[in-house]
Write a protein that binds this ligand. Structure first.
Ligand code: BJ8
Length: 425
């Protein structure tokens, strides 16, 4: 940690004492969960470096960008179309909201029985401990769930916030509403940056974001192999980093990692034993540094081979068509692509059930672990339908409801051990 960084954080209004405590808590956790893994691909070195210097290099890049007149737009949800942000020469950053550390600040204001992701997001601002929040010129929220929707009203008392309305139904009316929201977001980003979004810069931004999606698709493709060439923890880390790293650099690094993983596959080399039960995790997103469930699963001997979540397949499996055309035509294509995300905020959400079954087959999993954050009613209630559908398909399921704390880790281990014992071939 350099003095330059400390000065930068001070200039941004960071509470240094709390911030030191956060980084001090993160370092041993990362060492235990990540650096202790055997047989890791060398290509993970880049992602380790980014996390090891989580509030250094990337924050400095955002700051340099701001000093040159550029803007940073922070988001919490994969519904916010990042192509529009890149097209206006602004930088989108998916905010971390995965730590227990920021919860006490939020709990001074929010009801305790609010999901940890919402409390963690709000706590980062209230506690003044996140340089990404402090760097952002605008936080873009959405109406995907009631807790977030109301939290954004409170957050707006402390930071510029813009909220996109996500419809509840994928009907024609819902799609029209969403297209209007995507257009209004374009206007907002143009106003914020003072830059016009044109057919050319939007097409180019779409291409860049799609390239990163393709790289992540390629990474996930390698995970279909037995033995799996990369651990679930590492794959999750790659996706988490891709929410805030530069889009082109990230694409390049994910592709370099994939070159190595494909060579491993050709050599029959795995990161985890071939006999490890193959597990897919499905449900709520896992924002950095939420590695709890993956760690418990893999420490118990499983191989996590896929995440059906917004820090997994929902983030990158569909591309925006690269057809170019007028801005309006491209906004229409963007709106359609994003409307296909199977978030539990939609009713009905049958496409997600189909997706879980399809992915379970494609990744040849022995079982699915449905993960939902405590107090997230949409995912918890949808889990009832997931359970029914997987039972019909003969796919074993374990339902986990947890938060960011460590108190239930022992209990989780016991349940995971019993599940793995049951599904072991
Ligand atoms: S598109 S999953 S990223 S909303 S876990 S805050 S829903 S109470 S995160 Fe999400 Fe966008 Fe949907 Fe994906 Fe609310 Fe539930 Fe908390 Fe949640």
């Amino acid at each position: 940690m350099t003095n330059d960084n400390r000065q930068m954080w001070t200039d941004m209004g960071i509470d240094l004492e709390r911030h030191d405590a956060l980084l001090d808590a993160l370092a041993p956790m990362f060492r235990d969960i990540y650096l202790s893994q055997a047989n890791r691909p060398q290509g993970m070195g880049f992602f380790d470096m980014v996390v090891g210097d989580i509030h250094g290099i990337r924050v400095r890049e955002l700051r340099t960008h701001a000093l040159d007149g550029g803007k940073t737009v922070a988001t919490y949800c994969v519904f916010v179309p990042e192509e529009i942000v890149w097209a206006a020469d602004a930088i989108p950053v998916g905010l971390c909201a995965g730590t227990q550390f920021s919860l006490p600040f939020a709990e001074e204001v929010l009801p305790r029985n609010t999901c940890a992701l919402i409390k963690s997001s709000f706590g980062f601002k209230l506690g003044r401990i996140c340089p990404y929040v402090q760097s952002s010129h605008l936080i873009v929220g959405e109406t995907t769930c009631d807790g977030k929707k109301k939290m954004f009203e409170l957050l707006a008392e402390h930071h510029p916030v813009y909220v996109m309305e996500v419809p509840n139904k994928k009907s024609l009316a819902g799609r029209q509403l969403w297209l209007g929201e995507v257009s209004a977001f374009r206007d907002t980003v143009e106003r914020l940056t003072g830059n016009r979004i044109t057919g050319e810069n939007l097409a180019s931004a779409t291409l860049r974001v799609n390239q990163r999606r393709r790289a992540l698709q390629r990474l996930y493709e390698t995970r279909k192999t037995t033995p799996v060439p990369v651990s679930g923890r590492d794959a999750l880390l790659v996706t988490q980093v891709s929410f805030y790293d530069d889009v082109d650099r990230c694409t390049q690094q994910v592709n370099a990692l994939c070159d190595e993983l494909e060579a491993r596959i050709a050599a029959g080399e795995g990161a985890l034993p071939a006999e490890a039960p193959r597990v897919m995790v499905s449900g709520s997103p896992m924002a950095i540094p939420n590695w709890k469930l993956h760690h418990v699963l893999e420490a118990a001997g499983a191989a996590v081979v896929c995440e059906e979540s917004c820090t997994g397949t929902r983030f990158f499996s569909e591309l925006v068509p690269e057809t170019g055309g007028t801005v309006d035509e491209q906004l229409d294509a963007i709106a359609s692509r994003y409307m296909n995300i199977n978030c539990a905020c939609f009713t009905p959400n049958d496409a997600r059930l189909d997706d879980i079954v399809r992915l379970a087959r494609e990744y040849r999993v022995d079982g699915v672990v449905h993960y939902n954050l405590q107090f997230c009613h949409t995912y918890a209630t949808e889990a009832v339908r997931v359970e029914k559908r997987l039972a019909e398909e003969g796919i074993p399921l374990l339902r986990i409801e947890t938060d960011y704390g460590d108190e239930d880790t022992g209990q989780l281990r016991t349940r995971v051990d019993a599940f793995l014992e049951m599904i072991h071939r």
